[in-house]
Design a protein around this ligand. Structure first.
Ligand code: 3HC
Length: 325
């Protein structure tokens, strides 16, 4: 089975409380951490916010790989700032998850043991500088498409974290497109690199939105609870509709001969990604899954002395405070 069976059903909850809770959701009220909530709602949020936080943190790796090799000082400074932003996004999201009663350490352990997922996209390698353009343009572009609606999600801390994240993601998307413009309007060799990056990142970007609606396990309940605001296929379609004209402007070709404007539906037709590849990647068998988790495990192990130091300092201060009282 490719999905965690976090139950979305609130089996042991008081039916009257459930009705009142759903009425609050339907009225567009925000749910805050100390409010009553069904157990399934809490678990679904921890799963989604936690996965999102892990994606931000693991997502630093493919781009961090290029900081020392950026072609100019300016590009290096921009990329460095972007990668730092992703760390900040991870922190806001871990904090939002913590308000639901799970600690950041527990979430990290679940990531490292393979119990929790992170976005499939970060299991693909970044082979050339043009990939920094494609990642910003397509990956951050897809992330924004998914995350702008999440600013209206029902859980207050998640919705508020999303506001700042979306502002920063839109800068990330622009810097990626700027790199693509430079490459696509540059020499024939640069243009070929840009096309190659688009070829490799197109389908993995479409996969970021999750499986097709018929295979999405959580969408129905998550949308009823306004944890998700749109289905996976709705957002994938919007992303294609936004991105195809951007590729045309660059003079690049979407690597899918089926891409064609469909007047009747008011959007582009396109081919589905290879879903068997997606399911393999999220099961841990993508090109870089092992490398990504090894890097996070190493960061966790290397940081042990610092965490120990912080705890020792905090306990010393607490002891000193008690002694002074
Ligand atoms: N990568 C990895 N796992 C995925 C996935 C993806 N692209 N898409 C779906 N899945 C997993 C789900 O997590 C679920 O598995 P689980 O039960 O073990 O958690 C399973 O596949 C079934 O999919 P569903 O459609 O039923 O799952 P959801 O309702 O959770 O929808 C989602 C998936 C659309 C990704 C939703 O969780 C979501 O909107 N999450 C918040 C946004 C997010 O996490 N974005 C990460 C993008 S990367 C990023 O933001 C970094 C930036 O810097 C680019």
């Amino acid at each position: 089975m490719y999905a965690q069976m976090v139950t979305s059903e609130a089996t042991n909850d008081d039916p009257a409380k459930l009705v009142a809770f759903q009425a609050r959701i339907d009225a567009g009220e925000k749910i805050e951490p100390k409010d009553w909530m069904p157990e399934g709602y809490r678990k679904t949020l921890i799963r989604q916010i936690g996965q999102h936080a892990h994606s931000e943190i693991v997502g630093q790796l493919p781009e961090g790989n290029w900081i020392t090799r950026a072609p100019t000082l300016e590009r290096k400074a921009i990329l460095l700032a972007k990668v730092q932003d992703e760390a900040g996004h991870g922190l806001y999201l871990y904090c939002a998850a913590e308000t639901l009663g799970v600690s950041r350490d527990e979430l990290t352990e679940a990531l490292l043991s393979g119990k929790m997922k992170y976005s499939s996209i970060f299991n693909y390698p970044t082979l050339t500088w043009a990939d920094m353009g494609a990642v910003g343009w397509l990956v951050d572009g897809a992330a924004i498409m998914n995350q702008v609606p999440l600013q209206r999600t029902s859980f207050g801390p998640y919705a508020r974290a999303m506001v700042r994240i979306c502002k920063e993601e839109s800068f990330h998307q622009r810097q990626g497109y700027d790199i693509m413009m430079k490459m696509a309007f540059g020499t024939p060799a640069q243009k070929a690199m840009a096309q190659d990056a688009l070829n490799r990142f197109w389908y993995p970007s479409l996969m970021m939105f999750g499986p097709s609606d018929k295979d999405s396990v959580h969408s129905a309940q998550s949308m009823a609870w306004k944890i998700k605001m749109n289905t996976n296929d709705e957002l994938r379609q919007k992303f294609v509709d936004q991105t195809v004209p951007q590729a045309e402007y660059l003079g690049l070709t979407i690597p899918d001969p089926a891409v064609k404007w469909n007047e009747d539906k008011g959007g582009y037709d396109f081919s589905e990604p290879d879903w068997s590849e997606f399911f393999e990647v999220i099961k841990g068998n993508g090109p870089c899954n092992a490398e990504r988790l090894e890097a996070r495990q190493k960061a966790w192990d290397d940081g042990a002395w610092f965490r120990d130091g912080l705890m020792a300092h905090a306990s010393k201060r607490a002891t000193a405070k008690v002694a002074a009282e």
